[in-house]
Design a protein around this ligand. Sequence first.
Ligand code: HEM
Length: 136
Amino acid sequence: MNVATPGPEAAQIETAIVRMVRRFYAGWTDDALLAPILAALPEPEAHLAVIVDFWSRQLLGTERYQGKPFPPHWALKIEPAHFDRWMALFAEAARAELPADTAEQAITKAGHMSVAFQAGLFPLRGPDGRPMRLPH
Ligand code: HEM
C-alpha cells in the first residue's frame, strides 16, 4: 500500500476516483454480462461509495475501506468472461479519469486481484477451459 499523499494532489485524486468509479459503473449498464449484476444490487449508491473508499485506500493509503473484498463475490453468478469484461471497462474508466501513472497502478492492482479472485472462485477448469463449478 502507498503512504498517503497529503495535499492538493491527493484531493484531486480523490475526486478523480469518484469520477472513475461512476464512469466504470456507467459502463456496466450497457454491458450484457454485467448489467444484470448491477441491476440486482439493492443499494447501488452504497456499493459505489464502498468502491470509492476501496480505491482511495489502494491508491492514496486512506483507511476508510476496512472490508474484505473477496467474500461477496462467492454469491455472484460469474464466470471468467465476466472478469474479462470487468477488466476492460475498468481499464477504460481508469485511463479516462485518473492521472496516467495512477491509472496504470490501479489497473495493475485490479489485474492482480482479478487473477486471485478467479483462482479462488474457479480452482478447477474443464477441458474447454470453463470452470468446473456446480450451477447455483
Ligand atoms: C466479474 C468481475 C466482478 C464483478 C461482476 C463484481 C461485482 C461486485 C458486486 C456485485 C459487489 C457487491 C457485492 C455485495 O455487496 O453483495 C462487489 C463488491 C466488491 N468488489 Fe467486485 N466484482 C468483480 C470483480 C472485482 C475485482 C477484480 C475487484 C478488485 C479490484 C473487485 C473489488 C470489489 C470490492 C472491493 C468490493 C466491496 C467488498 C465489500 O463489501 O467490502 N471486484 N463486486
